[in-house]
Design a protein. Structure first.
Length: 448
């Protein structure tokens, strides 16, 4: 690690080997794999790279892990240049940064979005946001509450009016946005668009939670909250029957799983259901299946799928699938309160969009289980990892709340407040790094 140049250097030779390592021709500022390729600050992480420190390790071990970390850098791909956390000196290849989080309402997405905002600050990432949300208080769009606009609309009027080649390019999305690979590809590099995650929740529970929030906002002591009239239809929330039949969120399925994963397919299904209600006939099964096909395919092939009901396991899945470090995913503990609101049987009426959204949710549950098995392990391993994650979160929460009290409550709706929160995270996760180093040392010393 060169403290002055802030990058790793490899000279192309290994101890005990007189021949030089064959390295592709690359520019002078790229690393070469060899004995002097040392760890960046402390650890390296990745989907297939063990958390690694080099103090006291043999040259052979250094060379092996260095080669794994440098393989993308020497490929000649300009999108894999290293990006550093300036305070920690921790370097990741650019291709391992960035994420597209398709955040759906009432799924616990705000909790993960707050974690991602601190991640964006740590690595200097720009978030794709409504063009009205880039200003002096939020130049990179990292804070989602610094702006009254909480949804990125898929139209030219509100999308960032930027040249796609302008730097820095957006590499993250964690504001509400309907999924559109074409638009994301226009404003984001390809490696970031490929890193897609989402969290699903049972559609009926989403509606229960949305109506409950709408009622609370309608009767809030805050004048600002009482005056809200957004997609939750606060003005109808006091009458459950009216809310279910007249609020587009419930009656048409706006803000549903289908609408977020495939807006065009959802529009086609909505039209079919509208015609079915008028004629009191069942919609054409083949057309209905066609409208759902793309959303089902995207769950299968394009997303790491999390579930709100198993939130901690979902975060473990995202870590393993995207190569995130635990220091970047620890979060303040929150209580997930079960809603006991009674949504009447009107939801079971014919031609309700909820029954079709349930098909997507049930499919997403299967995909989630398969991905957990693939990336994390069997049920026993997942349970063990979840217990460990909860224990780490508990310890992190105590430290983070102490930092909040000592530094004043972090106003994460400002850039300064978000920086303070990211600093508190760095201070409260140092012990996790020590645990990771100790574990790796044990694995190296263990006899074969």
């Amino acid at each position: 690690w060169d403290k002055h140049k802030k990058k790793s250097i490899c000279d192309g030779k290994s101890e005990g080997n007189s021949e030089e390592t064959v390295v592709p021709a690359v520019s002078n500022n790229r690393p070469r794999v060899g004995e002097d390729c040392v760890a960046c600050f402390g650890e390296m992480t990745g989907t297939d790279i063990a958390t690694t420190t080099y103090s006291g390790f043999s040259t052979e071990l250094k060379d092996l892990s260095c080669a794994q970390n440098c393989r993308a850098w020497v490929s000649g791909d300009e999108e894999t240049e290293p990006s550093a956390d300036r305070r920690g000196g921790f370097v990741k290849p650019e291709s391992e940064l960035g994420v597209v989080f398709i955040k759906q309402p009432k799924t616990g997405g705000e909790t993960l979005a707050e974690v991602l905002a601190q991640y964006a600050v740590k690595y200097g990432r720009k978030q794709l946001h409504d063009k009205r949300c880039y200003h002096k208080r939020n130049p990179l769009g990292q804070s989602i509450c610094a702006c009254d606009v909480h949804f990125v609309a898929l139209d030219s009027q509100h999308l960032p009016n930027l040249d796609p080649l302008m730097q820095p390019r957006a590499t993250m999305v964690y504001t509400h946005m309907f999924y559109s690979p074409q638009i994301l590809g226009h404003f984001m590099p390809a490696h970031a668009v490929k890193r897609r995650i989402t969290i699903l929740r049972r559609p009926l529970d989403v509606l229960k939670s949305a109506q409950k929030m709408a009622v609370l906002q309608r009767h809030s002591k805050s004048q600002q909250e009482r005056s809200l009239n957004n997609s939750f239809c606060q003005y109808l929330a006091h009458d459950t029957f009216q809310w279910l039949t007249k609020c587009p969120m419930a009656s048409v399925g706006d803000s549903s799983i289908h609408s977020y994963l495939d807006p065009d397919g959802h529009a086609a299904l909505s039209q079919l259901l509208h015609e079915a209600r008028k004629t009191l006939t069942q919609p054409n099964p083949k057309l209905v299946a066609n409208s759902l096909t793309l959303a089902l395919s995207r769950l299968d092939h394009e997303f790491a799928v999390g579930l709100q009901s198993s939130y901690e396991a979902s975060v473990l899945l995202f870590e393993a699938a995207l190569g995130w470090d635990r220091v970047d995913t620890c979060e303040v503990e929150a209580e997930w309160l079960a809603r006991k609101d009674d949504i009447p049987a009107v939801l079971k009426q014919r031609f309700s969009p909820v029954e079709y959204d349930n098909l997507l949710f049930e499919h997403g549950e299967k995909v989630h289980a398969e991905q957990l098995q693939r990336y994390v392990g069997d049920a026993d391993e997942v349970e063990r990892q979840v217990l460990k994650f909860k224990s780490q979160n508990k310890k992190f929460t105590v430290c983070y709340e102490n930092q909040r009290r000592n530094r004043g409550n972090f106003n994460t709706c400002t850039q300064a407040g978000l920086q303070e929160a990211a600093t508190a995270r760095r201070l409260c996760t140092g012990w996790i790094r020590k645990e990771q180093r100790f574990k790796f040392t044990e694995e190296i010393d263990r006899p074969p």
